[in-house]
Design a protein around this ligand. Structure first.
Ligand SMILES: [Ca+2]
Length: 101
């Protein structure tokens, strides 16, 4: 029984070590109006917010007692997006605040 377990372990080890692992490149930071978009623990969403056919960026972040859902409209194209300066995302004319806890 021990020999079978060891053989199985060795086979798995061989398969794992010989598998092609995905490779990623550093895509860099995304800019909006020439400034890198940086947040701690962001929750991004990509979709066409304003219906112009270009995918926009919405990011929810953890900022206490402050608007914390931001809209970046795509002023470029879907294949080469460029994002305008941050806007607070609003609902009913009011800034959105998402509370934690
Ligand atoms: Ca859009």
């Amino acid at each position: 029984m021990k020999i079978r377990i060891i053989a199985l372990f060795l086979i798995l080890l061989y398969l794992i070590s010989s598998a092609e692992l995905p490779k990623f490149k550093d895509a860099g930071l995304i800019n909006a109006a020439g400034t890198p978009i940086k947040y701690w623990c962001p929750a991004p969403w990509v979709g066409d917010w304003n219906g112009d056919g270009k995918k926009d960026l919405i990011i929810g972040v953890f900022i206490k007692n402050s608007p914390n859902v931001f809209l970046y409209l795509n002023i470029g194209t879907n294949s080469a997006p460029e994002f305008a300066a941050k806007q607070n995302l609003k609902a009913g004319g009011q800034d959105i605040y998402l509370h934690s806890g």
